[in-house]
Design a protein around this ligand. Structure first.
Ligand code: G1P
Length: 288
């Protein structure tokens, strides 16, 4: 039987939040006057890969939490009449096709995080753009790729089944646990990739980590997370951590961790950034 196409109003997750207020200090001086989300892998900025992943998952409302010095993101997702006029009819025109298509398919709204108080605080700042519906969160410096369904799309399917918050996880080597939120949980429903989370810790030292299952920058969150975040005290590094707020939901059995299918590059680090560049370069050579 042919798959029934979902109508827009049937979709459960319609908005994607992009926390994009961080300073990107690991990439100084490149990020002195340029948002880290605008650093390109080949010719495309990181945040555009993220928006494309959201669109692939059927999401067309992008909610971006920015900060000072991030205006280039807004300009990127806007028309540029002068430039478009200049390149019209030339061989360069197609280079703008992808971003132009995103601009016509999506709406972009922005709010500013005035003080940098952590990822949890950035997500709470986005409440004004999200309202009271479940939503996706995408951290653009985790660049994900998959031949078939995008990671967000896979996660939305998991959300639709369990109707609670979902985090994407991958196994990392034990000496890397202090870079991530780490979960513990039990496999459910006879799967080998879906866990009911029982514990989560933000950036534990290897000796304190419950497992090596690390959260990557993809989340589906239910809107009660905002009330929890309002009450969440600063945690690791003195910041309000989304991991701590999620632990509150996990204690009620309401967080699923999903081991996604695909590849993820940590483009928040120079090594991961170079790895992603090489990967996409090889891929583009194969495709051309
Ligand atoms: C954030 C979260 C962390 C998560 C990571 C994924 O950390 O706090 O729990 O594992 O994103 O990329 P950050 O990388 O912003 O320090």
């Amino acid at each position: 039987m042919p798959k029934k196409r979902r109508r827009k109003e049937d979709r459960t997750i319609t908005k994607c939040l992009f926390p994009a207020a961080g300073y990107g200090t690991r990439f100084l001086p490149a990020t002195k006057a340029t948002p880290k989300e605008m650093l390109p892998i080949l010719t495309k900025p990181l945040i555009q890969y993220g928006v494309e992943e959201a669109v692939e998952a059927g999401i067309h409302t992008m909610a971006i939490v920015t900060g000072r010095g991030k205006r280039a993101i807004e300009d990127h997702f806007d028309r540029s009449y002068e430039l478009e006029h200049q390149i019209k009819g030339t061989s360069k025109e197609p280079l703008m096709n992808e971003v132009r298509s995103l601009i016509t398919q999506c709406t972009f709204s922005y709010t500013r995080q005035v003080e940098m108080k952590g990822l949890g605080h950035a997500i709470l700042t986005g409440e004004t753009l999200i309202g009271s519906e479940p939503f996706a969160v995408l951290l653009a410096d985790d660049l994900c790729t998959n031949g078939a369904d995008s990671v967000l799309k896979q996660m939305i399917e998991v959300y639709e089944k369990y109707q609670c918050s979902v985090v994407a996880i991958e196994e990392v080597s034990m000496d890397q646990t202090d870079k991530y939120g780490v979960i513990a949980g039990n496999l459910i429903d006879g799967t080998d990739d879906t866990y009911r989370v029982t514990d989560m810790v933000e950036k534990p030292a290897p000796k304190d980590a419950p497992t090596n299952m690390a959260i990557i920058g993809r989340y589906i969150l239910t809107p009660d997370i905002f009330d929890i975040l309002r009450e969440t005290k600063p945690g690791k590094g003195g910041e309000i951590q989304i991991t701590d707020a999620l632990l509150d939901q996990a204690k009620q059995g309401k967080v699923i961790a999903y081991k996604f299918k695909g590849k993820r590059f940590d483009c928040g680090s120079v090594d991961g950034f170079v790895e992603a560049t090489n990967y996409f370069y090889e891929k583009s050579k194969r495709e051309n």
